[in-house]
Design a protein around this ligand. Structure first.
Ligand SMILES: [Zn+2]
Length: 466
């Protein structure tokens, strides 16, 4: 069956039966496998500029899987220490797996791992992707999910949060953070013995910076290691809201109180351990949460691909991803784009999903969402220098997701770049905040329609869950 049809059928099935079944006991399984590239041949590191060739491996990269089973259906949540696996690869992973109501694959957005998108190769016109490596990642992700299935065991689930922005920097005005670390802790039933922890942090893993040539998972490596050591259980790190742009401060107080500067491994290790402390607060404060039954609403949607840089990269094969003909309706996927499809009719295909896991709702967002779109903290009054000051405000994620317990996974099933509130889109002069040039962001976004489309599409998925 065509993938799109299959997701639709699954959605219908879930909608028909999820609410009707009696509560079954939750089972969970964790697994991890290495996806460190072989650097005996050139490996182009993703993030920042082109032609950053790996010279060593500081710490291994992993694919990690958390499989959840409500007695009726299984959901797999996969994360990889990569810059952003895209939808075509996620579909290949799904094709290797049977019997899942949903498989979600997200990337930590690591800026110190191999290029898996194409734009960080030896030159701007040559892809940095090693297709053999990409296939290896696909196979390994599927195998990791199978490992997690074999480890399925009954569990009690706890959901917790910790709010703290002392380790965050917002590098683009207006200053709005997503400073809430969210965790799911799974215990052996009726005990305090942890079976595994899923941690979701809102930050760009880029503490090593653009001069590093050692393959590393960046600070999440240290966060995961510290949490594993503290709780003696598997830990899976997922990314959340990273747009806007959530990043590390260039300087933090070090262990001796003296300033510590970024772009080195000492900083990355220390910074990662500090984030583990925040996550540990969330783990320790987590409260018993009913995670069954599951319901899934997922859909392939399209959005106009306005970005001329992305269009050019497609044309020259650096971003070889297939395009679609824009239908004017994001819920209706058009025909495959041809070489002569006009630029203003070109659309990108992506996926948006909402999972209901008992009391918890999880938004699966296919890129780098700005915190403004998560909390509705839009610039007010709007800056008259912005390109669309009168654009309607998008419905925001925390308003759209029902209930009290919510989570957002970023770069979920795709990496389509920045998701910028339309009122903040600022590509042409005059520029907002009296600047003489645009802030960084638009250059790495599909276009100004992407935020309104995704936020509306998320609303539609939540409606399907009811
Ligand atoms: Zn980014």
């Amino acid at each position: 069956m065509h993938f799109r049809a299959r997701v639709f059928a699954l959605t219908l099935l879930c909608l028909a039966f999820c609410g009707a079944t009696a509560r079954a006991d939750l089972q969970v399984g964790f697994a991890e496998r290495e996806i460190t590239p072989d650097i005996s041949k050139p490996v182009y590191i993703a993030g920042y500029g082109q032609n950053r060739v790996a010279t060593g491996v500081h710490d291994p990269l992993y694919a990690r899987a958390v499989v959840l089973d409500d007695g009726e259906r299984k959901i797999a949540l996969v994360c990889v220490d990569l810059v952003g696996l895209q939808l075509p690869e996620v579909r290949r992973i799904r094709a290797e797996l049977q019997g899942f109501a949903y498989v979600m694959v997200s990337s930590t957005h690591n800026h110190e791992g191999p290029d898996v998108i194409g734009i960080w190769g030896p030159s701007p016109v040559t892809s940095g992707v090693d297709q053999k490596y990409l296939t290896q990642v696909v196979t390994t992700c599927a195998a990791t999910v199978q490992d997690a299935v074999e480890r399925l065991a009954p569990a009690d689930a706890y959901f917790g949060t910790a709010k703290d922005h002392s380790l965050l920097r917002d590098s683009r005005q207006p200053v709005v953070y997503d400073d809430v670390t969210r965790v799911l802790r799974f215990n052996k039933p009726g005990t305090q013995e942890p079976l595994g922890i899923l941690v979701q942090i809102n930050n760009h893993p880029e503490s090593l910076g653009s001069d590093n040539t050692q393959i590393t998972a960046d600070f999440p490596h240290a966060t995961v290691a510290a949490l594993k050591k503290k709780y003696h259980c598997p830990v899976a790190y997922f990314t959340g809201t990273v747009g806007g742009l959530m990043s590390n401060p260039p300087e933090i107080p070090g262990p001796d109180g003296k300033p510590m500067h970024d772009e080195n491994f000492e900083y990355a290790e220390y910074y990662g351990r500090q984030f583990a402390k925040i996550a540990a607060q969330a783990v320790d404060d987590a409260t018993l949460t009913e995670l069954t039954p599951f319901a899934v609403a997922a859909k392939t949607i399209t959005a106009p691909l306005e970005n001329p840089g992305y269009q050019m990269a497609r044309k020259i094969g650096v971003l070889p991803r297939a395009g679609r003909v824009w239908t004017g309706d994001f819920e209706t996927v058009g025909d495959l784009a041809a070489d002569d499809t006009p630029a203003d009719k070109l659309a990108i295909e992506t996926e948006i999903a909402c999972l209901r896991l008992g009391e918890l709702h999880v938004a699966c967002i296919p890129g780098e969402i700005y915190p403004e779109l998560v909390y509705g903290q839009y610039q007010d009054p709007v800056d008259p220098g912005a390109d669309y000051p009168d654009a309607p405000l998008e419905p925001y994620v925390m308003q759209t997701l029902p209930g009290e317990k919510k989570m957002l996974i970023g770069l979920a099933n795709d990496e389509i770049g920045y998701i910028i509130p339309r009122r903040q889109w600022d590509h042409v002069p005059p520029f907002a905040y009296g600047r003489d040039k645009s802030q960084y962001g638009e250059i790495n976004s599909c276009g100004s329609d992407i935020a309104p489309i995704l936020m509306k599409a998320l609303e539609n998925r939540v409606r399907e869950l009811k």
